[in-house]
Design a protein around this ligand. Sequence first.
Ligand SMILES: Cc1ncc(COP(=O)(O)OP(=O)(O)O)c(N)n1
Ligand SMILES: Cc1ncsc1CCOP(=O)(O)O
Ligand SMILES: [Mg+2]
Length: 211
Amino acid sequence: MTEHLRGLYAITDSELLGADRLLSWVDAALAGGARLVQYRDKTADVERRREEACQLLRLCDYYGARLIINDDLPLAAELNVGLHLGRDDGSLREARQALGDQAIIGATCHASLDFAEQAVEEGASYVAFGRFFQSVTKPGAPAATPVLLEQGRRAFAVPIVAIGGITLHNAPQLRIAGADMLAVVHGLFGANSPSEVERRARLFSEMYQTI
Ligand SMILES: Cc1ncc(COP(=O)(O)OP(=O)(O)O)c(N)n1
Ligand SMILES: Cc1ncsc1CCOP(=O)(O)O
Ligand SMILES: [Mg+2]
């Protein structure tokens, strides 16, 4: 499981990637080396969400990557994939119980080591801090600074994920501060072509091959 928790973590966004782009843009991110893909769709269209998640799972399997579902434990359980929960998205303990020991379950910790400590205790596989920079996708998310990654690294055995406004330009400082994974929406998928997504994914991924 942990071999997937290092490198680029690609997160989809239903406003940024319409149905016409979703699969080809994610395919490109995987071709460029993304290890995790999070399906983050805030709509209430249960059937379309299930269908898209199934298609993404096939793509992840093809590339040897892992799929994570945002917010939706029943869908993650149905597909037998991972889950990411925010502070108000339900119980980590219940999710761990439902998905089993091997599932990747992530927890939002904003800028709080206390939240992270609690999440680890409740069974999180990774803890996510951020946002580190201005985020187009979630401008109101609480701000964090890179020193938190160093502190998190020292305090916890689980992998540390950084999120929020990450671009190719600002990512190296998070990598150096101790982020095991870079979770990216706009800085990856806010591109005009799949080839540009693949180029970005390759460069993000190479940050984990060279240092
Ligand atoms: C890897 C990762 N980290 C943080 C989040 C944010 O989760 P949450 O605070 O629940 O916000 P939404 O994404 O649900 O809007 C995340 N999704 N992934
Ligand atoms: C979901 C989420 N949680 C904190 S910031 C963020 C958005 C990440 O998207 P982007 O990479 O476009 O800033
Ligand atoms: Mg959430």
